[in-house]
Design a binder for this molecule. Sequence first.
Ligand SMILES: [Zn+2]
Ligand SMILES: [Zn+2]
Length: 248
Amino acid sequence: MNIEFLGTAGYHPGEMSHTSCAFIQDAAPDCGFVLDAGTGFFRLIGRPLPSQIKIFLTHAHLDHCFGLTFYLDFINFSPSPCELTIYGSRECLDAVLGIFDSPLFPVAYRGKSVVVEPGRDIDVHGVKVSVFPLTHPGGSHAYRFDWPQKSLAYVTDTIGDERYLEFIQNVDLLIHERNFANEMQDLAILSGHCTTDDVIRVAQSVRAKRIALTHFNPLEDAAILEEDKIHRVCPNAVFARDGLVLEF
Ligand SMILES: [Zn+2]
Ligand SMILES: [Zn+2]
């Protein structure tokens, strides 16, 4: 199975990166999964897609849902009809679906929405989907997807505390945010994000086969990504970039 990173920036786009979005084209028969719909979501417009697209939102911050405002082109320029379902917590959906209300948007959302809750797993086309609350201003939720043979956890917008470590144990692929270099710790604490050392702590406690880091500060250049530091602890860690396709 492949996952494609469509947006790997946190907060705002950079020259080479859009905000949070990842895509699993063949998540289930004729069904694709989208993990967050930041501005990177535009990259799906006009592509041949499965007839069902399931969008899993971690929270309502705009770098995770702004791409939903590309809804009209997404629907009208898809080569074949495509049905959207948006998943999120009650608070997240209440906020995000308001994007489609006048005067913010000209057309009503005609897709479906489904509330997800911690402790209540759901089945999405044969995939077990569970969520866990993260520590982040306004809240965020980690997702775990369990296929019969594979598992993936998606954790973004979190301070990297211990609460969710059990939830993501032993996954085949852990996608985790790494918003800030260690020297930006004050801003990480203020905005509820991880530094390099926070990610290292998580990586050391979780037996993930592979880790892909994303949600980077778009103002950081390669020199302050601290890749060496993370690779020393976690040689398999991948620093995702827009357009990267990972097999898991
Ligand atoms: Zn974010
Ligand atoms: Zn956020």
